[in-house]
Design a protein around this ligand. Structure first.
Ligand code: ADP
Length: 398
């Protein structure tokens, strides 16, 4: 069995061809800078297959062209997708709204519904739709499945998903907390249960997905009961370029006093805030480079980041009452030992501790980082959204 997984963003397409059973990746790659001007000869598509990297140079005007180039690179690498007998194509779709809460076989009506949800995710859903349409045109006979980032949080308890605003306004405009990164939170909490050798139905878990985007979730018995992201992926933790939680009064204040229109404020909060807004860089490796030079702004950015993590850790400890695992995942969560140690420092009286040698071990596998005798297991589990999407798609098409 082989599933092609497509994650289509506003100016990029990431993809993997993989076996959903074994998780073996046959080929993978990325189209970058779609619709942007690029210098002649600049690589815009990178395709990895059988230990080789094939590249395509030059501008990629749109997603359909990008995917056609990818299919050509697959064929050049010896994997003709049009004759490969793919089991399915799995598409990551960011916003499923109230409509979609499980992997869904794509037809024209589903594409229309995903497109209609664009008002809730204007940066993401239109790009997802473009990716789906391009893939359907190239592989008309292969079942295509949408897997939604919001699905795992669809059943959040009312108290956790409801914003305390005029209920009629909220209902008229779909305003509630949806949550994102759900595929990752679900996959990682499932892997954590495997590592603990326990039934997920018995476990209370906290998962920190810390990448460029970042979110935390509280999970009781395999079901999400809270998460940090909300109507959009802007709420909650401090992120690479997003602010996370704010006093909502900041928005009208900026409109009135800084004369910023709504798009400028949206841009500020999504692209020029977070670690980048405070320090000038959004990548954690660069942030730590600056901290080492004694850069005070970088240090403050880090402190604000950790402060927010700990605030949600405290909230979720209380919400869950008993916690059976705390798990870190994604780029920062998997690779940055200092963030993990600082997030959990001084919590021994809650049964929470990080073992320095385990935490700092250069190990890529899912593993414990708490001391053997600790009451609450603390884990690092590499996320694998592509595999989770491939498995969901393969399960659905049977
Ligand atoms: P995205 O949300 O874009 O998928 P990632 O999960 O790849 O993001 O996370 C990106 C972040 O992870 C960056 O801040 C980067 O510095 C950090 N990161 C990735 N790999 C490493 C590493 N090996 N060591 C330290 N930090 C890393």
């Amino acid at each position: 069995m082989q599933v092609l997984v497509i994650n289509s963003g506003s100016s990029s397409i990431k993809y993997q061809l993989l076996d959903p059973d074994s998780g073996a990746v046959v080929a993978s790659g990325q189209v970058s800078r779609i619709g942007e001007p690029v210098a002649p000869g600049a690589p815009t598509v990178e395709h990895h297959s059988d230990g080789r990297t094939l590249e395509h140079d030059g501008a990629v005007p749109d997603h359909a062209t990008g995917l056609r180039i990818v299919f050509d690179l697959f064929a050049r690498g010896g994997h003709d997708l049009t004759t490969a007998g793919l089991t399915a194509v799995g598409h990551r779709v960011v916003h499923g709204g109230e409509v979609f809460y499980r992997p869904t076989l794509i037809d024209d009506a589903v594409v229309r519904s995903i497109d209609e949800l664009s008002s809730l995710a204007p940066l993401h859903n239109p790009a997802n739709v473009t990716g789906i349409e391009s893939a359907r045109a190239l592989l008309p006979d292969v079942p295509q499945v949408a897997v939604f980032d919001t699905a795992f949080f669809h059943g959040l308890p009312d108290a956790a998903k409801t914003y305390a605003i005029d209920a009629k306004v909220a209902a008229a405009h779909g305003i509630r907390r949806y949550g994102f990164h759900g595929t990752s939170h679900e996959y990682v909490s499932g892997r954590a249960a495997e590592l603990l050798d326990r039934d997920p139905a018995e476990l209370n878990q906290i998962v920190f997905h810390l990448g460029n985007g970042a979110s935390a979730s509280a999970i009781r018995g395999g079901r999400a009961v809270d998460t940090t992201m909300g109507l959009t992926p802007l709420e909650g933790l401090v992120m690479g370029t997003r602010s996370g939680d704010l006093d909502p009064g900041i928005v009208p204040h900026l409109a009135r006093t800084a004369n910023m229109d709504i798009d400028a404020i949206d841009n500020l909060l999504n692209r020029d805030s977070g670690i980048k807004g405070l320090s000038g860089v959004n990548d954690f490796r660069e942030l730590f480079g600056l901290i080492e030079t004694g850069d005070a702004a970088a240090r403050l950015a880090y402190d604000v980041y950790v402060h927010r993590l700990r605030r949600y850790l405290g909230a979720y400890l209380v919400e869950l009452g008993r916690v059976d695992a705390i798990t870190f995942t994604a780029g920062v969560g998997e690779n940055n030992a200092r963030v993990r140690a600082d997030a959990l420092a001084g919590l021994e009286r809650f049964g929470i501790a990080v073992d320095p040698a385990r935490n700092e071990a250069k190990d890529r596998a899912a593993r414990y980082i708490s001391p053997p005798e600790a009451e609450v297991p603390v884990l690092v589990v590499p996320t694998n959204e592509e595999l989770a999407i491939a498995r969901a798609a393969a399960r659905l098409v049977g």
